[in-house]
Ligand binder design. Sequence first.
Ligand SMILES: NC(=O)c1ccc[n+]([C@@H]2O[C@H](COP(=O)([O-])OP(=O)(O)OC[C@H]3O[C@@H](n4cnc5c(N)ncnc54)[C@H](OP(=O)(O)O)[C@@H]3O)[C@@H](O)[C@H]2O)c1
Length: 330
Amino acid sequence: MLQWSLLSTLVGSPGSVLLILVLLHRLCMWPWHKSHLWDLQHCSTDLTGKTAVVTGANSGIGKAVSQELARRGARVILACRNWEYGQQALAEIQVASKSNCLLLGQVDLSSMASIRSFSRWLLQECPEIHLLVNNAGTCGFPKTLTQEGLDLTFATNYVGPFLLTNLLRGALQRAGSARVVNVSSFRHAHGYVDEEHLTGAGKPLIFNQNYDCSKLLLTSFTGELARRLQGTGVTVNSVDPGIVYTNIMKHFSWSYRFLFWLFNFFCKDVRQGAVPVLYLSLAKELDGISGKYFSSSCRIILPAKAAQDPQVAQRLWNATVQLTNLDKMD
Ligand SMILES: NC(=O)c1ccc[n+]([C@@H]2O[C@H](COP(=O)([O-])OP(=O)(O)OC[C@H]3O[C@@H](n4cnc5c(N)ncnc54)[C@H](OP(=O)(O)O)[C@@H]3O)[C@@H](O)[C@H]2O)c1
């Protein structure tokens, strides 16, 4: 609404031509997004009796994904960092999806202790998990160390999903057939692999490159996990949702947030941004497909070279196992 009133007051001013062009572009992009996306409405997958876990379910893409999964009958565990935001989202999703199979769990993905305690609770609640959507993510932080000595961005976007997925591996395998969906980003192509970044050391990173690198690690992890899960009935793929107007920029300065707000004319809305994630979660034609990277228009494409290298992936896997003490506990 604010944008409309701003637009109307600016008509006649020099900036109005530009704004009108932007608006026209947006109008042209809308049918393009629609025609280039998988058709969710024609997907008949029913999730009654299935359990899905979505991290970062209180906001943006995660909330839209959770709502659609709940509408299809799944028992959805909303894995949220903030209990109050989680409760608000749960109430909204309940009304919109008419589901009474929602459960809220609290987890801070930047904290290994929190992930371990959440996983213990979750495994008691749900011995079988059919779908895990590693959606939660963050950006806009400079190098910041957590209490456990991890870099906040790498911990949230890579170490957290790595640890959570590994701790839930038994429940995924018990389900007989299960999927893991890692929400990556086209930005992963601007990153590089340096395991030392995980602990705030390593080679220098330019503006927001910690985000790019963390998404590269998540994409590399997807390939390695797929190799390790072969023959178990569990598949894992990663996906770029595209540029979606959400709260993802909330940790940037007001000037970047303002630019993103202006830019939102060019972005997908949250429902469109959820479609590629839902495609990986629901599409029957993806049964048995694993270790792939999907573009925001739901096509399998090659990820950045570093994410295709099995040796790099194995080295990263071993370093993360050590860092998370995965080989010593539980
Ligand atoms: N929007 C885009 O253009 C875009 C493009 C490419 C990829 N992606 C990816 O899409 C995913 C969803 O992002 P979004 O765009 O929907 O942004 P969003 O609206 O900001 O949602 C991010 C979610 O992640 C949660 N989160 C952040 N840090 C967390 C932590 N330490 N522990 C647990 N939860 C945490 C947030 O919880 P709080 O509300 O408590 O902060 C929120 O629920 C992210 O992985 C993002 O990197 C987005």
